[in-house]
Design a protein around this ligand. Sequence first.
Ligand SMILES: Cc1cc2nc3c(=O)[nH]c(=O)nc-3n(C[C@H](O)[C@H](O)[C@H](O)COP(=O)(O)OP(=O)(O)OC[C@H]3O[C@@H](n4cnc5c(N)ncnc54)[C@H](O)[C@@H]3O)c2cc1C
Length: 571
Amino acid sequence: MARGMLERYDVVDTDVLVIGAGGAGLRAAIEASKYNVDVTVVCKEMLGKAHTVMAEGGYNAALGNVDPRDDWKAHFMDTVEGGAWLNDQDLVEVFVKESPDRIFDLEEYGAAFDRTPDGKLAQRMFGKQRYPRTCHVSDYTGHELVAALVDEVRRRDIPVMEEVFISKLFKSNGRVAGALGIDIKSGEFLLFKCKAIVLAGGGAGRIYKITTNPASATGDGKILALEAGAELKDMEMFQFHPTAMVWPPSCRGILVTEAVRGEGGVLLNTKGERFMKRYHKLLELGPRDVVARSIMREVLEGRGTEHGGVYLSVTHLPPERIREKLKTMYRQFLLAGVDITKQPMEVAPAAHYYMGGVKQTVWGETSVKGLYVAGEEAAGLHGANRLGGNSIADTQVYGKRAGEAAARYARQAEKQLVDQRAVEEEQRRALSFLKSSETRPAKVKEAINETMWENAGIFRTEEGLKRALADLEAIKSKMIPEMGVSDQGSRRYNKEWIEALEAANMVRVAEILVRAALIRTESRGAHYRLDYPSTDNRSWLKHIVWYLDGGELKYRFEPVKITLAMPPGVS
Ligand SMILES: Cc1cc2nc3c(=O)[nH]c(=O)nc-3n(C[C@H](O)[C@H](O)[C@H](O)COP(=O)(O)OP(=O)(O)OC[C@H]3O[C@@H](n4cnc5c(N)ncnc54)[C@H](O)[C@@H]3O)c2cc1C
């Protein structure tokens, strides 16, 4: 136990610190452990509970098992077209070429994917795919994936520190030096001293009122990276999944996997029309942004259900196929009193996936020496709209690469000293929320959620975005400093304290999202401006990149990396 001026803390020494135990973090840790360095994983929930475990429909790999015409080139084109050409093509090329090998790694770790009758990995259709490409384990693929990764982490004896919240990264001499955490179980501080960090903190869906994401998706990592000197990009690009449950209210936002449409599910309005015929040639399997907007248009034009949704029906499919291929969906709706083999599901869009995040190279490098990123933490691969099935594959391809790069770096880097004053400053900030106040974290989160859902959601306008910005600025300047918790006496399992720290991150993520959405005066992928409805490839084939300059948030533009395929209308 070391003693700072302010507070005691335990010190954990390691070479590579992996923050996050989802698909990306666990894969990074496995890879890093192969390079004879000490690796430690931390996560803010219990091991095995990360968001990745919720992934349902599958993992994209161009294996061509079901349709031999599929190959990496087809996967590449689907990904960049689906991403509305905002994808960095160097990232996409590596991804589509390596994702098949990474699924074989998962099999080696023990994941048992569904098979074709001749014993190959089965593949289903997902949105915006020209050939069936999505490997799956019924509709609980993420569960199988995480179980296999956890087993491999245990086989390799990689220490995992569960329920530790990381609140700050430290740098010295321009390089990563460590991180400060709070052990949620004891409420004590932990100082991690390390040479390299792989940040794999996942998404930020919880900034929106209605989301498929778990409570942990609060965008902490994006703010940790920004403050450490890394850059964020494409922060305006937040994907709304077309189909989440709307009824009963307690189920609002629970995902209805794209696999339902992949298996043949059809979308119907209250007039019984298969309305996607009006919106996209691929019907229900059009890109997610298009399907989500089409559903909302049906609702806004009065052809939606009384709960603000539309119907998704699989009643024309054989019941035994539904029960086999859509096990989770069958059970999920049965609990809500709907037998999907006989009745349609009621669905509406919900905030689902953050394409925006930390700027990375093909090795997960950031602009900070020793800091690497992977998974939903990172940006650039999915462009303006991620394809279903590309995310968990992303966690494996770029998790492996970031783990390898971090370990190689750590092997030759010197350990840096952590500045004691910086530690104390962060302790002081964290402890400042342990006060009595009417402004509780839940209230702050609710205020963020309301304005983001109302003003920065599927349809955006300058007026709405400005309203959101004003709300967020008020939350940041007034509510956050005031925020306190109900129990100031005990720090053990004081989840409200951790929520306060999360809320402080969420408002900053939301603010950058809104600022970026105001700047991008066009519509592209998931970012749809009613006042600028066209896509403008002449002026807007560029990223908005965010960074801190002397503590002040600034941005610059950076061209999209185009290496293999030219967007339409651009020569
Ligand atoms: C319901 C649902 C279904 C989905 N289905 C699919 C699918 O079928 N196919 C697909 O490709 N994608 C799917 N996705 C998306 C996909 O699951 C995620 O994008 C992906 O799993 C993210 O993995 P990750 O490793 O980047 O992050 P996560 O799995 O979110 O892990 C993040 C980790 O970071 C830790 N962490 C975060 N902040 C801190 C902090 N401050 N301190 C310490 N630890 C921290 C968390 O504890 C967690 O361990 C789905 C998403 C949802 C919500």
